[in-house]
Design a protein around this ligand. Structure first.
Ligand SMILES: Cc1cc2nc3c(=O)[nH]c(=O)nc-3n(C[C@H](O)[C@H](O)[C@H](O)COP(=O)(O)OP(=O)(O)OC[C@H]3O[C@@H](n4cnc5c(N)ncnc54)[C@H](O)[C@@H]3O)c2cc1C
Ligand code: FES
Length: 326
């Protein structure tokens, strides 16, 4: 079996074992979160030996060429020598400057790094909790418009990091962030291409960043944003998005909830996928962004493809839980 060499020590893998599992079995701590190749938290660098192709999928060519790979997806075919300090450069600190409640279960956290971090709105950062747990949160701010990074965090019952962000984090605290990562962002170059953005819950976070970025960059084609929730009080930033739609003729905002309730008649009582389908039955030529719960992202991806959107025009961010797919 291949072995992993770290700081002069050697650890032998068992059959079909990933580098991450092998090192953890030997009490070598590596940061990890999704364990499915999404968050890139577990990235390490091989200074000798060739990591398997599957473990470099989604990495920039320059990173792959330097031997970086995702240890959670790497079942090695040969011995690897690792430099565990190689990824430290992706860590940032940022001071929390604002924490606001957006609804009963969602807070908005704004934080300022001492030096600007380069990112695209809609990408995500990995936030390190007080006990070293790492979770991904989408960036709702826009680098060219905002001096801060903004995250929308849903309180997950019993959730380690979201509970700490809701109940333990204070203005003035310093956050440790890793990243940015992800390919779900606005790419300029096709301002005439109509767009659909759809998300549930805090799936709005990346979409809020993407739409503001698209409008800032002069996107002229129609942009349709759908936000869904189980009940109307799970929606947030409703007034801000309505104001944005007032300001921009090419931007439309549609809010929906599964269950009736509340006094806002402009909230459609319908599932978000059905609402998109009935509003825009033909999505041929559209660029589509889908974010939020993994099951819904999967269902909607199929739906918008069947409605005519090309697979290469569909961008997704499934909020997978830490530890593997749900
Ligand atoms: C690319 C990406 C972007 C994300 N962006 C955001 C964001 O902008 N805002 C946001 O609030 N969250 C986002 N998430 C989800 C976030 O990373 C955490 O999974 C979430 O905050 C729960 O972490 P926790 O430590 O509180 O819960 P944990 O301690 O990890 O889990 C507690 C319980 O909740 C369940 N659980 C955890 N996460 C989920 C989930 N996503 N769906 C269903 N069940 C779950 C677990 O299975 C467990 O039973 C994103 C995830 C990914 C992969
Ligand atoms: S990519 Fe490996 S833990 Fe997320």
């Amino acid at each position: 079996m291949p072995s992993i060499h770290v700081n002069g020590d050697t650890y032998e893998c068992v059959a079909d074992e990933t580098v991450l599992d092998c090192l953890e079995r030997h009490d070598i701590e590596l940061m990890s979160s999704c364990r499915t190749g999404v968050c890139q938290t577990c990235m390490v660098q091989a200074v000798e030996g060739t990591p398997p192709d599957a473990s470099q999928k989604g990495l920039r060519d320059t990173m792959a060429a330097q031997g970086f790979f995702l240890s959670c997806c790497a079942v090695p075919a040969e011995d690897l020598w690792l430099d565990l300090a190689g990824t430290k450069g992706r860590e940032h600190r940022a001071r929390v400057i604002e924490i606001d409640k957006l609804n009963e279960r969602v807070v908005r956290v704004r934080c300022e790094p001492p030096e600007p971090i380069e990112y695209c709105a809609g990408q995500f950062m990995n936030i390190v909790g007080p006990e070293g747990d790492v979770r991904s949160y989408s960036i709702a701010s826009v680098g060219a418009l905002d001096s801060f990074l903004e995250f929308h965090v849903l309180l997950m019952p019993g959730g380690k990091v979201s509970s700490w962000i809701h109940d333990g984090l204070n203005v003035g605290d310093e956050l440790t962030l890793i990243g940015p990562q992800g390919a779900c962002y606005y790419a300029p170059g096709s301002p005439d291409q109509p767009m659909v953005l759809a998300g549930t819950g805090t799936g709005l976070a990346p979409l809020y960043g993407i739409v503001r970025d698209a409008l800032r960059q002069g996107h002229v084609a129609p942009i349709h944003m759908f936000h869904g929730s189980v009940t109307a009080d799970g929606l947030y930033l409703v007034d801000a998005l309505r104001a944005l739609a007032e300001k921009h003729d090419n931007f439309s905002y549609y809010a929906c909830a599964l269950e009736a309730g509340g006094d806002d008649d402009n909230i459609q009582i319908q599932a978000i996928d059905a609402y998109v389908e009935s509003t825009l039955p033909d999505l041929g030529g559209y660029r589509v962004y889908l974010c939020g719960h993994p099951d819904l992202v999967k269902t909607m991806q199929r739906g918008v493809f069947l409605a005519g959107a090309s697979m290469s025009d569909i961008y997704t961010d499934a909020f997978l839980p830490a530890g593997g797919a749900s």
